[in-house]
Ligand binder design. Structure first.
Ligand code: ADP
Length: 621
């Protein structure tokens, strides 16, 4: 026997800890729900507030909070506040999932299933009930399985799948043979009776209604007994056993009056009216139907209102009072039609809402998949480029051996052959000179191609903080001799004060050198070369200008492309691979810098490199 309400109130008052108090409040709320749903809701809210007070970021009693929410789902349903019930349910699901309170979930799912059923979302309702069933099965929670079978059965019944629901109830009964939970057994019997009644299997209906009623009676559960008496009465009415029905309803009436369950009292009245009408005793039926009508109007339960009008119409018709019969018959139709059309409108509305939610979910799912697909594609591309880069690396390192070594050997053997050619064989020496020149060109080309490939992979860089002036001086040193040979003047203006940049000194020297060597190569004797630098807004600019042959405007955009050479005699007569500027640009780009060129043919060319200066953090390295 569960504790009585005063006992539970006592427990709440004497609770020594938060957990005890929350449990006591939840227990009390559960018991008072049939008498005072508003109080049950208040108590649950109080329990929830207490259990979710936070201590150091954690809820003080997380499972207690989840239990309160899960009760609220049911209480809001009883109260008719379906939306509140749904939000309590979703909050409960989230909480149970967060705190890993899986065993609390089947009850919440069941509550959500019932709410959706009432809102006309039958598909969602069935989904929640099945979820509750699956979860309780996988957790092996026998009682929850039985409850889930019972409520899933009721859901199928709502969908008109009476055989399916009977099958589930039957499974529940089999499980109940092992688990001794009489109130649940009584409930299952009652549901089965209703099902058989719908299937017009009146004997089976009667059998189960009686089983249910006896069990509830033995249990001393007045709410359950009232429920089963109502079912039993309906079964008797359909079996045309009106006296038995009335007998049942007398008991029902008495019990409803003593317990104060008003709703059940109304139900008894209408069934009385129906029984008398079927017995062709309209005079007896009318007072019951009128009493029902009055109470139903007061309670604003339109279903009962139109059912009362129906019984009144039938009764007056039997009495031959056609005007009254017509009056009630019209009201029966008006109220019923309005209610059904409102119900339909509500169902349509909730169908639309669930349709919209489903569309939104599908869209979200679509974008999620699309995002995944793009990420997959990106990953594939990344792997592809990684493989390509690897192939390029392999090629570069293999080619350096396979191409460079034979050439070195050719030049070595050419040297040896030189000693073997008679000194007077001018032809022999000319051929050898050509051979060496060709081999050296090839060597230069291979070396440039490999350098470009290596720089482009960006892997060969080792940066360090470097003074700009020092860098320029060391590059100039390398070209001094060639410039002198051609009688070119070099003018260098160091940057003042000196600046520092984080760069790979060897590579950057190579970049500047390429510009200087071009200046030397493409400036005729007597010309001059100017090198200077300045710094502004976090970057340093290095200029290399000459007074040489210049570059035609049409060629300017392409001089940085690999293998590009200006197709003019003056240019082609100078030895070159067409790779120097491509290498330079690649090195500058690897340093997050930029390079630009301006030129006037016949007057000269000016290159400018712009490099980011080292940041404070890098200078500290
Ligand atoms: P190359 O090895 O041919 O010098 P580069 O890539 O260094 O290759 O230069 C590409 C082309 O740009 C050269 O062939 C030349 O025609 C032109 N060029 C580069 N620098 C200068 C310069 N300072 N003056 C005139 N023309 C130049």
């Amino acid at each position: 026997m569960p504790d009585s309400i005063p006992q539970l109130e006592q427990k709440v008052a004497s609770a020594a800890s938060v957990t005890e108090k929350v449990d006591a409040l939840n227990g009390l709320a559960w018991e008072v729900r049939r008498h005072d749903i508003a109080r049950a809701i208040d108590l649950s809210r109080e329990a929830y507030a207490l259990a979710s007070e936070s201590t150091g970021g954690d809820l003080s009693y997380p499972t207690g909070a989840a239990d309160s929410l899960s009760n609220l789902v049911i209480f809001y349903q009883i109260q008719g506040s379906y939306e509140d019930g749904l939000s309590a349910g979703f909050e409960a699901v989230a909480l149970c999932e967060t705190i890993g309170y899986t065993t609390g979930l089947p009850k919440v799912y069941r509550g959500l299933g019932n709410l959706n059923n009432l809102l006309g979302n039958y598909a969602d309702s069935l989904a929640f009930h099945l979820k509750s069933l699956q979860l309780s099965e996988s957790l092996g929670l026998s009682e929850e399985i039985i409850r889930a079978l019972n409520s899933t059965g009721a859901c199928y019944s709502e969908l008109g799948e009476y055989h399916k629901s009977l099958e589930l109830y039957q499974r529940a009964l089999t499980l109940l043979d092992q688990e001794n939970i009489p109130p649940l057994r009584a409930q299952v019997y009652n549901n089965m009776a209703m099902e058989y009644l719908r299937l017009h299997e009146f004997d089976a209906a009667l059998k189960h209604a009686l089983l249910s009623n006896n069990l509830y009676h033995q249990l001393g559960d007045p709410a359950g007994e009232l429920h089963s008496l109502g079912t039993l009465a309906e079964v008797y009415i359909d079996r045309e056993q009106y006296d038995e029905a009335l007998d049942c309803l007398q008991k029902h009436n008495f019990l409803a009056e003593t317990t104060g369950y008003r709703w059940q009292f109304v139900l008894a009245q209408i069934l009385m009216a129906r029984s008398y009408n079927r017995k062709h005793m309209p005079a007896e039926a009318i007072p019951f139907a009128q009493a029902t009508l009055a109470m139903a109007e007061e309670m604003k339960t339109r279903e009962m209102v139109y059912k009362s009008h129906k019984e009144l119409a039938d009764a007056y018709e039997m009495q031959g009072d056609f005007p009254k019969a017509l009056y009630h018959f019209q009201l029966y139709h008006t109220v019923r039609d309005r209610m059904l059309s409102e119900e339909n409108a509500r169902r349509v509305q909730s169908l639309r809402a669930s349709y919209e939610i489903r569309v939104a979910q599908q869209e979200a799912e679509f974008y999620r998949r699309e995002k995944e697909r793009i990420e997959d594609q990106r990953e594939q591309d990344r792997q592809y480029f990684e493989r390509l880069a690897q192939m390029k690396d392999d090629l570069v390192s293999n080619a350096s051996h396979d191409l460079k070594n034979p050439l070195t050997n050719i030049l070595l053997f050419a040297d040896l052959v030189r000693g073997q050619i008679p000194p007077d064989s001018s032809e022999g020496h000319e051929y050898l000179r050509l051979l060496v020149a060709q081999a050296e060109r090839m060597q230069a080309l291979i070396s440039d191609v490999l350098d470009l490939a290596r720089v482009e992979t960006g892997r060969a860089m080792t940066r360090q903080v470097q003074s700009i002036n020092e860098l320029l001086v060391s590059a100039l040193h390398e070209q001094e001799y060639a410039a002198e040979q051609k009688g070119l003047l070099i003018d260098f203006q160091p940057i003042k004060p000196d600046e520092q940049a984080a760069l790979d000194p060897q590579q950057m020297r190579r970049a500047v050198n390429n510009l200087l060597s071009n200046a030397v190569k493409y400036t005729p004797k007597g010309g001059s070369i100017r090198v200077w630098a300045n710094a502004k807004s976090g970057a340093v600019q290095v200029y290399v200008a000459d007074t040489g042959i210049g570059i035609p405007a049409n060629d300017l955009p392409f001089v940085f492309d690999p293998f590009y050479r200006v197709n003019e005699k003056q240019h082609l007569s100078v030895e070159g691979t067409g790779l120097g500027l491509a290498i330079t640009r690649s090195i500058i780009q690897q340093h997050q810098g930029e390079i630009a060129v301006t030129s006037t043919p016949g007057k000269g060319t000016e290159f400018v490199i712009s490099l980011p200066l080292a940041e404070e953090a890098q200078l500290a390295l």
